[in-house]
Design a protein around this ligand. Structure first.
Ligand code: C5P
Ligand code: MG
Length: 240
């Protein structure tokens, strides 16, 4: 996917910014990769591998929402629970705030990590943006994303994986009824997000029908290229 990498490299080297107000995190230091794909496509599994490969901080929007749902005293608990059960998208303000707080905490926690020196950060944001409003708001106010890792497979494969996971996940939405609703939300609201980034030439699509290892091999190559293209990046140097 050289065209994508070229475009990202140009964006990373470019110093002029046309944004009217600066995002919360400096994109010359903080790299954000969105990880998208249908439910059960393998986003979480692959993200976990990339944490150990490249030193990313993996933030799953769904996990952050579930933690907030279960946090005693949360004013959003019942709102989040309803959306998750129905497979619909929680209002973006809630999710963006949780992500922004988690990013800030990770930048502080990992400040001593050489890969994260001088305010540098490497984030995989998994299961986000699920809807166009989240994408536009996060890119503008929080941090512009560098790439979308898009895991594509069939509903049949995803359904099989989710039902298998449902035997032990304890998740209230890993059942056939919720899964059907999640597929609908994905097709109607998340596919337009993926198409938006495709039009910007910012999507690396990976067929995730294969084994974890096969999908990981593909992903590893894509991320290695991205990080190697990024100037002054400790992760790229460490890989060299
Ligand atoms: O990504 P995950 O499958 O863990 O998400 C579970 C649920 O959390 C989604 O079906 C949706 O209800 C909610 N969610 C959301 N906005 C996101 C990510 C997840 O509303 N960006
Ligand atoms: Mg997940």
């Amino acid at each position: 996917m050289p065209a994508i990498i070229d475009k990202i490299t140009n964006a990373l080297h470019s110093s002029d910014s046309t944004a009217s107000s600066a995002p919360a995190f400096d994109p010359s230091k903080v790299t954000v990769i969105y990880v998208l794909g249908g439910p059960g496509a393998g986003k979480g599994t692959q993200s976990a591998r990339l944490v150990s490969d490249f030193g990313f901080c993996h933030l799953s929007a769904g996990d952050l929402l579930r933690a907030e749902q279960n946090r005693e005293g949360s004013e959003y608990g019942s709102l989040i629970r309803t959306h998750i059960k129905e497979g619909t998208v929680v209002p973006m303000e809630v999710t963006i705030k949780l992500l922004q707080n988690a990013m800030k905490a990770a930048l502080q926690d990992k400040a001593a990590d050489p890969l994260w020196a001088n305010g540098r950060g490497l984030f995989l944001i998994d299961g986000f943006p699920r809807k166009m409003d989240q994408a536009l708001k996060f890119d503008e106010d929080v941090c512009p994303s560098s790439l979308v890792l898009f895991y594509a497979t069939t509903e049949e494969v995803m359904l099989g994986r989710l039902l298998e996971r449902g035997k032990t996940s304890g998740r209230e939405d890993d059942n056939v009824e919720s899964i059907k609703k999640r597929f609908r939300t994905y097709n109607e609201q998340t596919m337009p997000v993926i198409n938006h980034y495709k039009a910007l030439n910012q999507v690396a699509e990976i067929d995730s029908s294969g084994t974890v290892e096969e999908v990981h091999d593909q992903t590893y190559k894509t991320i290695s290229k991205l990080l190697a293209a990024k100037p002054h990046d400790g992760a790229a140097e460490a890989q060299a």
